[in-house]
Design a binder for this molecule. Structure first.
Ligand code: NAP
Length: 312
């Protein structure tokens, strides 16, 4: 393992919109941030195509292009970027230690912005057609599916919320659920059941997403009868939950259902000097712009906290 270096002011772990915004702000605050971006940097926007709701881009921008611009912007102010995965963190004492396979880095503060992954069905066609009719975010992509027939997979609050939202655009939304009762809250269920555009396909799973370059439908299987079928759809929204990327922090930071717990009105975590931002914290909004906003907050919180340590 390489020699340890000087103590950093701030290390940012993860390079989606939250981490990159935190990098821009901390770099411009002269904190010389080290960003450890991971080998799959950029986060969920790397898996999307067109982003039309990020303010400032009148004609929209491709997700990976937006991430590349933010990355360059962070480097312009001196962010140092390591394309490695963090393998462990030691938060027991300050300076904290953040390790990768090649080195350990000491730092007075950390901003965690490791994001979350949408849980996927892992069926043929799903990955290939992600961004081409398969989506994990109705708020982001619903607008592209005007007057189309859509499928939403899942039976929780997200699925029902997404199905209801999609009826603003779609001609019909079919919720495909593997059981015959929903997990979603009663009030959301009632709203969906009384929506004339929403239908339910119970006890059913998708076994394959079909389409050549663009989704045309899916193959289905009824889990009770074993019957197999096909269903036509212009878009398929997978809403079966998210998995926050917090395995590095288990037992080290307070988590709520796997997400990092922050103090109300702040990005401070349960360990002083460690801040968290973006989808690793936020199970509610999950937007690039809200993650970026939180990244800015984390940068300001870290800067003020470091300042308070100098004064102490
Ligand atoms: P969730 O509550 O975990 O529901 C996931 C759904 O996907 C379940 O219905 C589950 O089926 C189904 N599922 C899981 N894996 C599957 C697979 N491999 N194939 C097919 N179906 C699968 O997740 P969520 O809906 O994203 O909600 C997460 C949390 O956020 C919850 O606490 C929820 O209440 C909250 N939330 C709240 C709101 C709101 O209040 N406005 C909105 C969104 C989310 P089973 O039911 O059979 O397990």
């Amino acid at each position: 393992m390489a020699q340890m270096e000087d103590i950093r002011d701030v290390i940012i772990v993860g390079a989606g919109p939250a981490g990159l915004t935190a990098a821009i702000y901390t770099a411009r605050a002269n904190l010389a941030p080290l960003m450890i971006e991971g080998v799959e940097a950029g986060g969920q926007l790397m898996l999307t195509t067109e982003v039309e709701n990020y303010p400032g881009f009148v004609d929209g921008i491709m997700g990976p292009e937006l991430m590349e611009s933010m990355r360059k912007q962070s480097q312009r102010f001196g962010t140092e970027i390591l394309t490695e995965n963090v393998t462990s963190v030691d938060l027991a004492e300050r300076p904290f230690k953040v390790s990768t396979a090649s080195a350990s880095h000491l730092t007075n503060s950390i901003i965690v912005s490791t994001g979350a992954k949408a849980r996927m069905l892992d069926i043929p066609g799903e990955r290939e057609l992600l961004g081409h009719g398969v989506s994990t975010c109705a708020t982001c992509d619903g607008f592209f599916f005007r007057d189309q027939e859509l499928l939403v997979v899942g039976g929780g609050d997200s699925a029902i919320e997404e199905a209801t939202f999609l009826t603003k655009f779609a001609s019909k939304v079919t919720v495909v659920h593997r059981r015959d009762s929903l997990r979603a809250s009663k009030i959301m269920q009632d709203r969906a059941r009384s929506n004339p555009k929403i239908e339910f396909l119970w006890d059913t799973v998708l076994t394959e997403v079909t389409g050549d370059g663009k989704v045309t439908g899916a193959k289905t299987k009824n889990l009770k009868t074993g019957e197999e079928g096909t269903i036509a759809a212009g878009g398929i929204f997978v809403a079966i939950g998210h998995i926050p990327n917090t395995s590095l922090f288990e037992g080290k930071l307070d988590l709520i259902e796997g997400y990092i717990r922050t103090q109300p009105g702040s990005t401070a975590t349960s360990v002083k000097g460690v801040f968290a931002a973006g989808d690793v914290v936020d199970y509610k909004y999950r937007q690039a712009i809200t993650a970026a906003g939180m990244g800015c907050q984390a940068a300001i919180d870290a800067e003020r906290w470091l300042e308070s340590q100098h004064d102490a």
